[in-house]
Design a protein around this ligand. Structure first.
Ligand code: PLP
Length: 411
């Protein structure tokens, strides 16, 4: 009989969201008339900006005419898009990234999950805790994580705790590490790192010979002008970092699917011979072997984000979500909760009230306020005692949810 990749058996099942769904179902069966409000959503809910819709329509028409039809495109993305990215997302911030250092894809989830393939099977991975689960699970599948203990911690992963005590600013690893996943603005904590903190990481990676896998999926939510949007705003990062960017939360592309990864030509890792090998060539090889490029239509749609109307419309949507985040943040603070995030990120990370763990608070909100959020413990051990809410909901529903939470917690 064929043998499976046993590493898949080491994955913890999709416990978090299936357990949330189970508890909601049970609640709804017992309270069929209750109007539930979901503030746990990590998905865009506002429609695509009009400029993007127009560009998509025009591209569909091009595909319907023999003279303008397009078949396979470049695996790494059309130049009309990579040039816009290089100019607007980097050049405008004083960062030089060449268009051919940009790899357009169908999403940051796949890029962040696939990038680990370039590293040796026994490379040591460090992750923040709590964490976006894709970084961990993709390394578990590759056999790099080792075995989980009874609390679900893998013995070959280096966990970097991010808690209120350290301001959700991960400590540098204190042992050997080959690759580190960093995500700022952070999902789930909503934390950002300033220039000095990012520089500390770049300096460490340079001296440790490590690679930073920097996920900037939420950079468009940064409000504070001093917070860098890209790891490449830090000197020396070109030699040690790759960056994942996504249009999902920037322009409502969660269902439309387009993202990109920046792999500078200078970033290298070591072959078993000792030779320093550029990751750029390896990622190019990986993508051109296993990926055939993001659809032409979608890349045309993404290009429209960089038009003046596209920029304005995308910004309006981000402001809508950030206003929701502020409503949640201010409302919960008034209710006496300790609240983090929500200033440079759509995520609000709150400390559960005394006596309640993550799931205890989930049940309380569900049963008493009919509001659904996400228990922090689902993002890692150090997420225990925290809870995530998001600004991605409808405005009126968000206001109503906050009013309900305030009235319940006051009792
Ligand atoms: N990175 C982070 C931190 C995320 O939270 C998400 C989505 O929730 C992604 C990446 C995935 O983005 P995409 O929709 O581009 O696959």
């Amino acid at each position: 009989m064929a043998r499976i990749n046993d590493n898949y058996l080491r994955l913890k099942s999709g416990y978090l969201f299936s357990e949330i769904a189970r508890r909601i179902k049970e609640f709804q069966a017992a309270h069929p008339d209750a109007k539930l409000i979901r503030l746990g959503i990590g998905d865009a809910t506002r429609p695509l900006p009009g400029a993007i819709v127009q560009a998509l329509h025009a591209a569909v028409d091009e595909m319907g005419r023999a003279e303008t039809f397009r078949g396979y495109g470049p695996e790494t993305g059309y130049e009309f898009l990579t040039e816009l990215i290089a100019k607007h997302d980097y050049g405008a911030r004083g960062v030089t990234i060449a268009p051919d250092e940009i790899f357009v894809s169908d999403g940051s989830k796949s890029d962040a999950a696939n990038f680990q393939e370039l590293f040796s099977a026994d490379a040591i991975v460090a992750l923040t805790d709590p964490v976006y689960p894709v970084y961990l699970d993709s390394n578990v599948m590759a056999g790099r994580a080792g075995a989980p203990d009874s609390r679900g911690a893998y013995d070959r992963i280096v966990y970097l705790p991010c808690t209120a005590e350290n301001g959700f600013d991960p400590p540098l690893p204190d042992g050997p590490v080959d690759m580190v996943y960093l995500c700022f603005p952070n999902n789930p904590t909503g934390a950002v790192l300033g220039r000095a903190a990012l520089k500390r990481w770049v300096d460490w990676a340079r001296s440790a010979g490590a690679v930073l896998l920097y996920d900037a999926a939420y950079e468009a939510y940064i409000q504070d002008p001093d917070v860098p949007h890209s790891i490449f705003e830090v000197e020396g990062a070109r030699q040690v970092a790759v960056e994942f960017r996504s249009y999902s939360k920037t322009a409502g592309f969660t269902g439309t699917r387009c993202a990109y990864t920046v792999v500078p030509r200078d970033v290298t890792a070591r072959a078993s011979t000792g030779e320093a090998v550029p990751l750029h060539g390896l990622w190019f090889r990986r993508q051109s072997t296993k990926f055939n490029g993001a659809p032409y239509l979608i890349q045309r749609g993404a290009s429209a984000i960089y038009t003046p109307e596209g920029q304005k419309q995308a910004r309006t949507t981000i402001e809508y979500y950030m206003h929701n985040a502020r409503v949640i943040r201010d409302g919960l603070e008034t209710a006496g909760l300790t609240v983090y995030g929500g200033r440079n990120a759509p995520y609000i990370w709150l400390k559960t009230p005394a006596g309640l763990d993550s799931w205890g608070f989930f049940d309380k909100l569900l049963n008493e306020a009919h509001v659904v959020g996400t228990p922090g413990a689902g993002f890692g051990r150090y997420g225990e005692g925290y809870f995530r809410l998001t600004g991605f909901g409808d405005r009126a529903a968000t206001e109503e949810a906050v009013a309900r939470i305030k009235s319940r917690l006051k009792r």
